[in-house]
Design a protein around this ligand. Sequence first.
Ligand SMILES: Cc1cc2nc3c(=O)[nH]c(=O)nc-3n(C[C@H](O)[C@H](O)[C@H](O)COP(=O)(O)O)c2cc1C
Length: 155
Amino acid sequence: MKTLITYFSAERRTTAKIAKELASMIDADIFEIVPEEPYTAADMRWPNPLARCNREKIGNKDVPVAGKIENFDEYELVIVAFPIWYGAAPNVVNTFCKGYDWSGKKIAAFATSGGSGIGKTAEKLKPFVTGGEVLDAILVHSVTEVKDWLDKLIK
Ligand SMILES: Cc1cc2nc3c(=O)[nH]c(=O)nc-3n(C[C@H](O)[C@H](O)[C@H](O)COP(=O)(O)O)c2cc1C
């Protein structure tokens, strides 16, 4: 199954590390979801009510993404990876998803977090991947966990 791994990662590059390890393990293509305006440490300081992350979340704002995947049509399975922000995918991931036609594609999501569980992440992603089928979402701490989950999911 032709597979693309897309990921957003900001604070400590935790998600990036796992996404890259997975890509080389399963020989998948990879695309980093980078905001047009990258996040600074101050942007992510959520205890500050005026921080960018809070303004985007409260305002339900779109966060434009740099670059475009030209051959998106070719992929049958798209893995979407991100850190949990406020119990869900960060807004930039939702904006990314809205920018593509997901018809006929299978979608699997994995996330890292500071302690929260995966919650309703899969359900919350569905409105942004119109036409696609969200298979599952999992919270992970290592690439081994992702690989085991994926093997069961698409066997
Ligand atoms: C704005 C913001 C909101 C966050 N919200 C949550 C949350 O709701 N639950 C949680 O467990 N961790 C939360 N975190 C922590 C991240 O999910 C965690 O540090 C993640 O592993 C970071 O991955 P990264 O290094 O790939 O960016 C939040 C972090 C930020 C910056």
